[in-house]
Design a protein around this ligand. Structure first.
Ligand SMILES: [Zn+2]
Length: 127
């Protein structure tokens, strides 16, 4: 009986350890491949591999006389400036994970960070 309990405890410990390492590996991959995906009106208009940036990247998204200036640095991205009325996107500041996307509602622009997926990485590499 005592031996059985020990085996059960060992099995549980092993399962917990495996789960912990899977989560750890997943997090490591995610932080290594941060892809910023910019959508306008639900369509992908640009993808940037944030981890491959060696120097800051700034560019404008312009349409219908409106402009959003995006600034990307290694591992993070923000809306540098915008001529939208609410400036919520600008005030949000830097994002460095997929937890909260930057949304500019008046201009229908969304910036989201995705990471870890090989498919997205391959697509970005081909650009
Ligand atoms: Zn905005």
């Amino acid at each position: 009986m005592d031996k059985k309990n020990k085996i059960a405890a060992a099995v549980i410990a092993a399962v917990v350890l495996i789960c912990a390492s899977i989560i750890f590996i997943k997090n490591t991959i995610t932080s290594q491949n941060r892809i910023a995906v910019i959508y306008r009106g639900g369509k992908v208009i640009r993808e940037i591999n944030l981890n491959s940036l060696s120097e800051p990247l700034e560019f404008d998204l312009s349409y219908d006389g409106h402009t959003n200036r995006v600034r990307a640095e290694k591992g993070k991205i923000r809306m540098q400036s915008a001529d939208c009325p609410d400036k919520i996107c600008v005030n949000q500041g830097w994002i460095d994970s997929g937890a909260v996307p930057i949304v500019c509602l008046p201009h229908k622009i969304t910036i989201e960070i995705k990471g870890g997926a090989d498919k997205i990485d391959a697509a970005a590499g081909g650009m």
